[in-house]
Design a protein around this ligand. Structure first.
Ligand SMILES: *[C@@H]1O[C@H](CO)[C@@H](O)[C@H](O)[C@H]1NC(C)=O
Ligand SMILES: *[C@@H]1O[C@H](CO)[C@@H](O)[C@H](O)[C@H]1NC(C)=O
Ligand SMILES: *[C@@H]1O[C@H](CO)[C@@H](O)[C@H](O)[C@H]1NC(C)=O
Length: 425
């Protein structure tokens, strides 16, 4: 992990460390920005694993063979990782002789994380628009779960207060789970502080989280009604700061192969082209959900082909894009050599294929262009075949994850529950 990437940019006029909630009316309206870190994570580009994760996170039926495929790919990547670690250990020795600090191995596999501060302790977490809990790895975890992770130590925090009789227990990710106790603490993100933010202090995490070394927790950005704290649901950080922001919104500017940014309180119009189109979001279940009912392949000017209207969740915490099965089939029918491979649980194609762009209806008012280059997700063993970043969903729910966000700049408007979209600049 290259810590030099850890930068927090303050934008606008920030009053230093003023409590942002709940007494929000005393506070200057503000904006803030958090850059993401690139996480050189070997699991990141495990196509089957990411697909499985998307299905499980949203409790969708899992296609036959996918679980086995994900596990095989994990084993393969583990042995590849061992090899690379050996190689980089050797090159470190050489580099040390000439006084150069070894750079992080270039692996191409990326997952994105952002820093937050809890009671003065900085922790890198995953900003997730598909969930609504903030929880972190902690010193309360059993020793076997913590190697390599940043741990929140509640005893060390002068501002931490346990909330008795409240707990969290979440199941998501690749069947992964996390549970623990609840406290409130001073949480700071990009220079904005919530003095009594509910924080889940993990006392148990499943092996998937343990293995994902650079990631130390989740920062939920869905609606608070999805919050999993029991018996009393807690507000998300965004809900707590919303009224103190210049505008009640946050934006995701996530780009392929580079550090993206989440920005709160304003829309940086230099980050997108043209104007944003606003799409109303159905937030009944607590997700950033919208409808979609048409597509076209390859040609921007051709009319969209209608498909059964489906519900879609905008999910920054999912890597791949699950779309209507018919759309996936029609898309890959235009990709020479593409094939659904049951033992991999998804569609693959020869890596040298130039993929066409995919155009998708959003809410009947916007057409999102997903660039062909962004749909090539990852090389499979041998390097000749690649795994599709877009796959068909097994249900009527579609999940649009990072593959979507790489093509589109997206604003999440908490004031009027709508999503603003435009292509990246
Ligand atoms: C947590 O912090 C306390 C107070 O600084 C310290 O005594 C304790 O050793 C820390 N726990 C761990 C596991 O680091
Ligand atoms: C939500 O607010 C934005 C910006 O304030 C506005 O442009 C947009 O039209 C609104 N969306 C809806 C669905 O009203
Ligand atoms: C794209 O679609 C338009 C309208 O249907 C058509 O006129 C044009 O020839 C198409 N372009 C390509 C490259 O297929």
């Amino acid at each position: 992990m290259t810590l030099s990437l850890l930068t927090i940019t303050l934008l606008g006029l920030l009053a230093p460390l003023v409590p942002a909630a709940p007494s929000a009316n005393r506070i200057q309206k503000r904006t803030f920005k958090v850059d993401r870190l690139i996480n050189d994570n070997f699991q990141g580009h495990n196509g089957p694993r990411q697909l499985l994760k998307a299905y499980r996170k949203h409790s969708l039926p899992i296609p036959d063979g996918l679980e086995d495929a994900a596990e095989r790919e994990t084993q393969r990547r583990r042995s590849a990782k061992r090899e690379i670690m050996l190689k980089s250990a050797n090159s470190n020795v050489k580099a040390a002789n000439v006084g150069v600090v070894a750079a992080t191995p270039e692996l191409g596999d990326v997952e994105y994380l952002s820093p937050i501060s809890i009671g003065g302790q900085t922790i890198n977490v995953d900003f997730d628009s598909g969930s609504a809990d903030l929880w972190v790895f902690s010193t309360e975890l059993p020793k076997g779960s913590t190697a390599g992770h940043q741990l929140f130590n509640q005893t060390k925090s002068k501002t931490f207060k346990p909330v008795p009789d409240q707990f969290f227990a979440i199941k998501y990710g690749d069947g992964s789970t996390a549970s623990g106790s609840i406290g409130t603490d001073r949480v700071e993100v990009g220079g904005v502080t919530v003095t009594h933010q509910a924080v889940g202090v993990a006392t148990s995490v499943s092996p998937e989280f343990v293995a994902d070394i650079p990631n130390n927790g989740l920062f939920g950005l869905a609606f608070s009604k999805l919050n999993q704290v029991k018996p009393t649901k807690q507000n998300t950080f965004f809900d707590n700061v919303m009224s103190s922001l210049a505008e009640p919104l946050w934006t995701a500017d996530l780009r392929k192969g580079s550090v993206g940014a989440y920005e709160f309180g304003r829309i940086d119009s230099t980050k997108h082209t043209g104007h944003l189109t606003w799409i109303p979001s159905d937030t009944e279940e607590g997700f950033w959900k919208f409808s979609t009912s048409g597509y076209s392949v390859g040609n921007e000017t051709s009319e969209l082909i209608k498909v059964a209207e489906g519900h879609t969740i905008a999910d920054t915490g999912t890597t791949l894009m699950l779309v209507n099965q018919e759309v996936s089939d029609k898309y890959y029918s235009q990709v020479p050599g593409s094939k659904f491979m049951a033992h991999l649980g998804g569609v693959t194609f020869p890596c040298d294929t130039k993929l066409p762009d995919l155009f998708l209806d959003v809410g009947g008012v916007y057409t999102a262009k997903i660039k062909g280059a962004d749909i090539n997700f990852a090389k499979l063993k041998g390097g000749a075949l690649c795994y599709g970043g877009i796959q068909g969903t097994t249900s009527t729910t579609q999940i649009w994850g990072d593959v979507f966000f790489r093509s589109q700049f997206v604003a999440f408007h908490g004031g009027n529950h709508s999503l603003g979209m435009a292509p990246h600049s």
